[in-house]
Ligand binder design. Structure first.
Ligand code: WCA
Length: 275
């Protein structure tokens, strides 16, 4: 596996990819090198058949947002084209992540600002320390949340809170983030690792093909009429069944027929985990 200077990537035998932003001396802010390494890591995780991707930060921050000097100040002084070029890879990485074919989990252990909020927001799940600090700080240096951060904000927080924090740049805690719908859940710091591990374990128990379709249909159906979505969901159901070899009939509902599990309370045995 490639070695990186701004991130760390490891993949366990059972397919859990741990991607750690590793610029603790700069609060894991997103430098141009990091943009490219993140993109490369996303390729690697797919090539290595990762099943769940967990993104976290080393040190006090999950992610301090864009590197204000390396990605903004310096390239912008060189001109608009240089600025666009300096940031093209991170915009591509964010877009890739939003459509990433496996579940993505942001583990939030500290500061999360601007582009760091976006990184969290394009992940499927976000588990935060209850005392983590979040902020849409762009307004504090004269811009609005851009490059997809506004999208992540309005799609993860309710309207009133989204506008309030985007316009004031005030910070909010992990507990508040949970209350506003910005994170999946906030937990005490000492429970963070276990909570993420439990979520990952639960995802590993599921059929990976179904998880991929679940995500795609979840995202697309949000923008459809009910009638269009009924058609779309039924068509996708057939595609999924074909691609998973009718596993939901042949294995899952067969196990139900044999009364081996209660689907309301537990997952069928996909054969993907040891127990
Ligand atoms: C509250 C922080 C996170 C922590 O404070 P601290 O604990 O006192 O730590 P330090 O401030 O000492 O941070 C350690 C080092 O990290 C540096 N650092 C800490 N965040 C940074 C940083 N985002 N950059 C560049 N050095 C930093 C910080 O300057 C310092 O550098 P140095 O003095 O050289 O040791 C503080 O560092 C801070 O306010 N950081 C800036 C957070 C911030 O506003 N981030 C930018 C959000 S805006 C954004 O992401 C925009 C996205 C966007 C995307 C695409 C678009 O097209 C348009 C927009």
């Amino acid at each position: 596996m490639a070695s990186y200077s701004t991130i760390k990537l490891s993949i366990t035998d059972n397919g859990v990819a741990n991607l750690v932003l590793d610029r603790p001396e700069k609060q894991n802010s997103l430098s141009p090198e990091l943009h490219h390494e993140l993109l490369d890591a996303l390729d690697t995780v797919e090539e290595e058949n990762g099943r769940v991707l967990v993104i976290s930060g080393n040190g006090d921050a999950f992610c301090g947002g864009m590197d204000l000097e390396r990605a903004f100040l310096r390239p912008r002084r060189d001109g608009p084209q240089e600025f666009i070029q300096a940031n093209a890879a991170i915009l591509e990485a964010m877009t890739r992540l939003k459509h990433y074919p496996i579940p993505t989990v942001a583990k939030i252990d500290g500061w999360t600002f601007g582009g760091g909020y976006e990184l969290m927001g394009v992940c499927d799940f976000a588990i935060a320390r209850d005392d983590a600090t979040f902020g849409l700080s762009e307004i504090n240096f004269g811009i609005f949340p851009g490059g997809g951060t506004m999208w992540a904000t309005v799609h993860t927080m309710n309207r009133r809170k989204a506008m309030y924090y985007a316009a004031t740049g005030e910070t909010f805690t992990g507990n508040e983030a949970e209350e506003y719908g910005a994170v999946t859940m906030a937990v005490p710091g000492e429970e963070l690792n276990q909570t993420v591990d439990d979520l990952v374990e639960s995802l590993l128990e599921k059929n990976p093909v179904t998880l991929r379709f679940n995500k795609e249909v979840f995202e697309k159906s949000r923008y459809m009429t009910f009638e269009d979505s009924v058609d779309y969901e039924m068509a996708k159901m057939e595609e999924m069944s074909y691609l998973q070899g009718e596993d939901w009939i042949e294995t899952a509902l067969k196990q139900f027929e044999d009364r081996e599990f209660r689907p309301g309370l537990e997952s069928y045995d996909t054969g993907n985990t040891d127990d």
